[in-house]
Design a protein around this ligand. Structure first.
Ligand code: SIN
Ligand code: MN
Length: 280
């Protein structure tokens, strides 16, 4: 699978996101899904937070990619070279997270921009991007991601605490929904959605009997090194691996990985509650 084409890059810049079907094949995704679902360390480290609608959002988050299968996803050429094309230069790993949206209980995510949080971390420019990789099919019923197409062009919107989640200024979001298209991003396992850090996104609670787990890898441009330390890393060179590394490493979970994986919370010195909520 080559890096994103010029056309896909143009779609990303115009719409704020681009969906790449079948970025990972069935064998690769099967390895990721089996690793994650049987990973006691990933489960043990997961954090749940009430969504205010009766559900709870659960995720596990780590700062450095490591040498396990999650690291091979975050470091493979397919993803990193694509990110470098999108962000126009060298990138480094800002963090990765597994969204564990479980059947019936997996909670909703309120409207937000990732840069609405990351801005608090001393990152000057919105030169960050994420890729969501579907582990399970993502449908309307199990709470697929929703994006407001083109909303990244609004720039950063203020974020406020709403219950246990930080959300974008609701007046702006309401107005934006009147003029921008709301897209439900339905995904098959192995599909990848690259999305801009200023795109407004949310998701509904999972009301279905099926899980909706997704791996999200986030990157910052090397030239956008934060001007102060936060709970996410400053510039750290990223060791790329060939695309074949995913299959070569196979089911290597956190519990099997003896590298120094820094979990969110291990080195967290933040005290403000908005910064605290940024962890998600
Ligand atoms: C989602 O998985 O629905 C959203 C996750 C996120 O914004 O990090
Ligand atoms: Mn987000």
């Amino acid at each position: 699978m080559p890096v994103l084409s010029d056309e896909q890059v143009a779609t990303y810049h115009g719409d704020g996101s681009v969906l790449v079907k079948g970025m990972f094949d069935a064998e690769e995704i099967d390895l990721l899904g089996r690793a994650a679902r049987e990973d006691r360390e990933l489960d043990r480290r997961s954090q749940g937070r009430e969504d205010g609608e009766g559900g709870s959002v659960r995720l596990s988050l780590w700062n450095h990619p490591g040498n396990g299968i999650y690291g091979m996803y975050a470091r493979c050429n397919r993803i990193v070279d694509s990110m470098e094309k999108l962000l126009g230069g060298e990138v480094y790993h800002y963090h990765s997270k597994m969204i564990l949206k479980d059947p019936e209980v997996g909670g909703a995510w309120t409207w937000h921009q990732d840069y609405g949080y990351w801005y608090q971390n001393g990152v000057l420019f919105p030169l960050l991007s994420s890729v969501m990789i579907a582990v399970d099919p993502a449908t309307r019923e199990n709470g697929c991601l929703q994006v407001l197409k083109g909303s990244h062009l609004m720039g950063r919107v203020n974020h406020e605490l709403a219950g246990e989640q930080a959300g974008a200024d609701i007046e702006r979001v309401d107005e934006a929904t009147k003029v921008l298209e709301l897209v439900h991003v339905k995904m098959e396992p192995g599909d990848a959605l690259f999305f801009h850090c200023n795109i407004l996104h949310r998701s509904d609670r999972n009301t279905s009997p099926n899980p909706r787990w997704s791996l999200i890898c986030c990157y910052n441009a090397a030239r956008n090194n934060p001007y102060r330390e936060s709970h996410h890393p400053c510039y750290t060179p990223l060791d790329k691996v060939p695309d074949s590394a995913i299959k070569d490493v196979g089911i290597k979970r956190f519990e099997d990985d003896d590298t120094d994986v820094v979990w969110m919370g291990d080195n967290d010195k933040s005290t403000s509650s908005l910064a605290d909520l940024e962890k998600r």
